[in-house]
Every structure is written in C-alpha cells, then in structure tokens.
Design a protein around this ligand. Structure first.
Ligand code: IVH
Length: 688
C-alpha cells in the first residue's frame, strides 16, 4: 500500500479507474437510454463500488465525468446565471387543435419559401411536444461542463449539479464529437415515476406535486442535489445550440433528422416517435397517430412539433422575434382545465366507505367531458382544501381517473366554508365512523343502508361473482328504492309481473333478467363466497378458502385459529370472516339463497401443502411466447402463487414478456426479480 505516501496513484489504479469509468458509462447508457442492459444490476453495482473504492483511496483520480460524481455536490444558496451563447428559442403555437393546424403550417411554409402548387411536398421532421422543461447541456471536449435552464431564452440558470443526477444524460461523450457541443432537449418525468414520487411524498407527509411537469421543474430547481437525485427525471434530446463545425469546413448535417440520428449515436435519448413526414398530409397523419397513442405513452405530451427538415431551408426562412419560422407546435386538447366546484357530495360504497366527490361544472379535459372527480377521503380533501364555489384545476392524463389537482385560491369566494366529512351516512343516516389508523369514514348501517344494499347487489351480480347478466346500476337503483329487493335472496323472488312495473322494463327484458337470474344459480363456491362481499375477501382469498375447507359450512363454522391456517390469511381477514359468519342475519341470507336454489359443487378439504409458489406474489406484463395471460395466471395459482396487478416491494417476481412497459421498469427500480416464461416453468417444475 503506497497510497499514504504518494499522492499520485499507481498506474494500475489509474488505468483500472479509467477502464471502470468506460465500462460503467457503457452499461449506464444501455440501462438508462437503450433500456437494454447486458449485465445484471448487481454486476453494475459491483463495478461501481470498485471505482468508488479506488477513488476513495486516490482522490486525485476523481474526474468530473466519473459516474460516481452524479450525486455529491453541496447544497447551493442560489443558482448562478448563465448567458446562452445561442439563445434558446420558443416555438410558435398553432392554437387550432384540429387537424387543420397542420394544413395552416404547411401552407405558410410553402408561401414563405415561394413554392408554387407544382413544387413537391415539403420534407418535415415530426416530434412529440414533450411536457417538461427545456435544458441546454454544454459539452467541451466531450465532457459535460454545464447544464442550464432556458430562463428568458437569453440568460438561464446553472443547474449542472442536479442534471448530473439524471442517469439518461451522458457525462462524457464518445471521442469524435465536436469540441463544443450544446445539446438542447427536454427534462421531464415519466407518469409512473410521478405517481411513485407522489405516493412517497404522501406516505411521508410531504406535499404532493400537481403534475409531472411541476414535479420535474421542482426537481431541477432544487438547491440540494441530494434531494434532486431522489426525484426520478428523464431526458429527450431534440436539437443543438452552439456547436463547433469541422475544421475543414462543410456542415456536420444537412437535415434536422440527421442531427437527431447523430444525437442518438452520441448517446442521448432521442424519442422513437420522432420521424419524417411529407407535406400537409404527412403532418396530419402524424398528428392523428400521436393523438391516438397519447394516453399510452408513459409520459405527458401537449402536442406535436413540426420542423422543416432541411437545415438550408431553415436558414432561408429565419426567425420572427424569438420564434423560428420553420417550426410550429401543434397542440392537443389540454389535459388540465379550470372549472368550478358546484358541490361536494359524499358517496357510499359497498362496504360503507364514504368517499367525498367534487361535482364539477362540465369541462372537456384529456378528450372527455368530466363532471365529477374523487377527493378520495377526508385527509386528501382537506389537504387540497377544495370548497364549494372554488375554481379548480382538473387533470385527466392517460387512463388515470380525473382528479382535482389544485385550487386557484385567488378566485375563492369570500366565506366559502371548509369541507368537513359527514358524521352521518348521507343515505341512511346511520353514524359514520373513522376507525383508528384508517383514512376512511364508514357508514355503520350495514345492509340497513340502501346505498350499501345497492352496491352489495351489484357486487353479487357482477361477472366475477355469480354473474347476473343485464343487472346494471339503473335497474338495481329501482329494485332497491322500490323495496323489491331488500336482501340478496329477494333477487330470486322477482317475477315478470313485479318487473313489468319498472321504468324501461318491457316484458321481454323482464323475461331476460329472470333467465339470467336462473342461470346465475349454478355457480362455484369461490364465486359465491366472493359475491357475498365480505370485507377483505377478494377473489384470490375466496379461492383459497374454498380450496382449504372444501365446503361452505366448514368455512362458516371455522374458528379464528382454523381460519388463520389458510395460506395467506392473516388476522385482519380472519377476523372479518369470523365476524361476518357470526351474524345471524348473514347466515339467514345464505340459507335463503340456498333455499332459492343457488348451488355449487362442494369438495373435500385440501390438506395444507406447500406448493412451489406458496406465499409468492407475481405480476404479469407484456406478451409471453406461448402462454396467454389467463393461462399463466392459472398455472401460477395452481402452484399456490397469487397474481397482482401492480408491482410493489412485496412483489416476489415480475413475469415479463415482450413489450413489457412500466411494470418492468418499476420492477428493475425496486429490485424485484424478473422472470421470463422459461424462468416461470423452471420455478414450477422445481428446476430453478
Ligand atoms: S424545439 C427552435 N422540439 O417547447 C425550436 N421544443 O416553445 C426550439 N419542446 O421551450 C425548441 N418538445 O421546452 C422543440 N420536440 C420539441 C419539443 C420542444 C417540447 C418545448 C421546449 C421549448 C418549447 C417551445
């Protein structure tokens, strides 16, 4: 060990450090940008730690482009201003959200280039308009030296420390890049990362972010890079600022599309959705195609951008004030809109859960008309402090349910009362209680409450329970409100003559409903159990109970201890089952249903055996080579495993096929093991 005596590291350490930096850079690029890692995460971590340890022993070997330097700067007091060598322009917005926006732009380009009708279609590049914030990344001799925000376009802020924490942004570029290279692009946050971040903020009692763009902007403008590092950001490159040209003269690229290809080759993420298009028809087709994909993209976009492809033509067209004439942003209908809160109502769910819902003045957002938005629960409603009469921002992005994200406080009417949760059920008047440790209030009326009765009937009749085809909520409202159905067995006592008295119920539809009811009588024990709507007893638990006990009577008479022996049943579920079956009226309902002819075949209790996937939870994503999702689910359940819909720390494995999306990303992020179909089969037959 010579490092204590000499400040200069031995050549082997120096070489190894350099080699490690190159390796980590290459694998980092594969992981973050190409989404195609070639070594396991553990191996990457191993190389990373080796480099860290060399650098710890030889601080003089630390270089600014070392992957170990992504996080580690000190908190700043303020950001330093950075003048942009070449201004960061903005783009003209085509406000027309119809396809004709594309026609307008093409017509303008042709006019400005003085092309007559016989001239061929103009060649364009089409890109998504990413909804994040613009960033300029300056590389000198291939090393990232500065990252700056757009600011007013002429002067931005130096946010290098925070930008270094973004894994997708290369700290060092391959050899043959221009001496000075400013890459321009968008820093943004993926939707799943945004949801993940907000969940974490909420769980730790911190403020949540309104949308991915605000969350990204907040992260970039964090003075403490340690905090910025915990906010998951992504990047897309879409242009350049200052760039040194080759010494021998001649331009590096002739078109914008070639420029994008070069950026990609240099290691920057460039959207797969960027492409070329010819003439107005090409632009229109792109606008429509991206519009259709918008909800499923994984990140927010607010439109598309059209750019004239030829750099020579771009130069000929030039600028008006700070906007190029050769580019335009063509917007989609907004995913956020302002509207007013007409009222706050409380809805009662099947288990009595009370949910505050904001009734909104109808507003067109994210492609649909929204008239109400959930406020989730009392805490959430208070945190957002939504009041009747308030002007609020409503957001609907992707397949996420519409949400009130914020109140415009300036517009609050004086004297608007604060929302407070009802202490009584709005439907039946029974006391509403919030148990300790719970976020929800519940109506204590049970099946005395007509709202709960309606939900209970709908739950029992749904496809995954006994399935009564055609029994929807409008009909259930009438049956329950008209006191034709007070308890589940009443369903089976309905007759054509009682049904005929109902609104919109002709004799034929009455007949159909009775047939559907008849058909629903022959069911299975798990479906029946699930259909009873016992709190905490979902489909998987119902299946497990049926398998374990074989017969309904055995389940009804089981002691708490016996229930606890069922795999995956814990104290909360056992208690809920026990309480349910201890109530005389529930037993009465079950007896009545059986007397009405509801039946299933009963089996023998299955001995408790440990199967290959007992106690394991799997999430399926993407397309598997030979199994359908349902087949994979059946195999997993038969082996004692459970299938869940979303990935969390508790997930044992993610079973991934081709075109796996965010679930796979989440698994990698949380360090959850990932299997392919062969891996699953290995687990099932015990060979893995
Ligand atoms: S090009 C000369 N391309 O939109 C044109 N901008 O007002 C410079 N943006 O601040 C920008 N996606 O933050 C360009 N594919 C894209 C973009 C894009 C989003 C943002 C960018 C800029 C604003 C333009």
């Amino acid at each position: 060990m010579t490092s204590d005596l000499f400040s200069t590291a031995d050549p082997t350490s120096r070489e190894r450090a350099e080699q490690l930096r190159r390796l980590l850079q290459e694998h980092g690029h594969r992981y973050y940008v190409l989404d195609d890692p070639s070594i396991p995460d553990a191996e990457y971590d191993h190389l990373f730690r080796e480099l860290q340890s060399i650098e710890a022993q030889h601080p003089d070997l630390v270089t600014p482009d070392s992957p170990t330097q992504r996080v580690g700067g000190k908190a700043l007091a303020a950001f330093v201003s950075v003048p942009h060598a070449i201004p960061m322009l903005s783009i003209r917005t085509e406000t027309d959200t119809e396809a004709s926006g594309a026609l307008n732009f093409d017509a303008r380009v042709r006019r400005e280039l003085e092309l007559d009708a016989s001239a061929p279609a103009v060649d364009y590049v089409t890109e998504p308009k990413f909804d994040g914030l613009a960033m300029s990344l300056r590389y000198e001799a291939g090393v990232l030296v500065q990252a700056a925000t757009r600011g007013d376009g002429t002067v931005g802020e130096d946010v290098t420390q925070n930008i270094r924490t973004i894994g997708q942004i290369p700290l060092r570029l391959p050899q043959a890049v221009p001496q000075v290279l400013e890459v321009r692009g968008e820093v943004y946050m993926r939707r799943d990362d945004f949801e993940f971040l907000n969940r974490r903020q909420r769980d730790s009692g911190q403020k949540t972010f309104v949308n991915p763009r605000n969350a990204a902007a907040g992260a970039v403008r964090q003075l403490d890079p340690g905090i910025a590092a915990q906010r998951p950001l992504s990047f897309f490159a879409y242009g350049v600022g200052e760039i040194s040209q080759p010494a021998m003269g001649g331009a590096l690229f002739a078109t914008h599309f070639e420029l994008l290809q070069a950026l990609k080759a240099w290691g920057f993420p460039v959207s797969e959705l960027a492409s070329t298009a010819q003439g107005a028809d090409g632009l229109t087709a792109y606008y429509e195609s991206i519009g259709r994909q918008r909800d499923n993209l994984g990140f927010d976009i607010d439109g598309v951008v059209y750019k004239v492809n030829s750099l020579a033509l771009q130069a000929r067209m030039g600028f008006v004030t700070r906007e190029p004439r050769w580019a335009v942003a063509h917007k989609f209908p907004a995913q956020e809109q302002l509207t007013t809160v007409l009222g706050i109502e409380v809805q009662v769910g099947r288990t009595g859960k009370l949910t505050p819902v904001a009734r909104l003045a109808p507003v067109f957002v994210g492609g649909v008309t929204v008239t109400n938005a959930t406020l989730h629960n009392e805490d959430e409603a208070r945190r957002k402090d939504v009041r009747v009469g308030d002007t609020v921002t409503v957001r609907r992005a992707g397949d996420v349910i519409p949400e009130v994200v914020a109140v415009v406080l300036d517009k609050r009417l004086p004297g608007a009362p604060e929302f407070s949760m009802l202490r009584q059920c709005p439907v039946c008047g029974s006391a509403a209680v919030r148990e300790e440790g719970e976020v929800d209030y519940r109506c204590t009326g049970g099946l005395f409450c007509s709202a709960q009765r309606k939900q209970a009937v709908l739950h029992f009749a749904q496809r995954r329970a006994v399935e009564v085809e055609g029994l929807g909520d409008k009909l259930v409202d009438q049956l329950v409100d008209g006191e034709l159905v007070r308890t589940l067995p009443d369903l089976y006592r309905l007759s054509v003559s009682t049904l005929a008295g109902l609104e919109r119920m002709a004799e034929k539809s009455g007949q159909n409903l009775l047939e559907a009811l008849q058909k629903s009588k022959v069911t299975t024990l798990p479906r029946f159990l699930f259909g009873l709507g016992i709190r905490h007893v979902g489909e998987a638990t119902a299946k497990e109970l049926a398998r374990h006990f074989g017969k309904l009577d055995a389940i009804m008479d089981a002691s708490l201890d016996q229930l606890l022996q069922v795999s995956d049943i814990g104290p909360v579920v056992a208690e809920s089952l026990h309480t349910f079956f201890a109530q005389a009226h529930n037993r009465e309902v079950i007896k009545d249903l059986r007397d009405c002819g509801v039946c299933w075949s009963e089996g023998e209790p299955a001995p408790v055996v440990s199967k290959p996937l007992t106690g394991k939870t799997l999430v399926i994503t993407g397309t598997l080579p030979s199994l359908s999702r349902d087949e994979a689910r059946d195999l997993i359940e038969a082996a004692g495993g459970k299938v869940a819909g979303s990935v969390s720390k508790k997930t044992s494995f993610v079973l991934a096929g081709t075109e796996s999306g965010s679930k796979l990303d989440r698994a990698l992020e949380l360090g959850v093991a990932v299997l392919d179909e062969t891996g699953l089969r290995g687990l099932l037959d015990g060979s893995a």
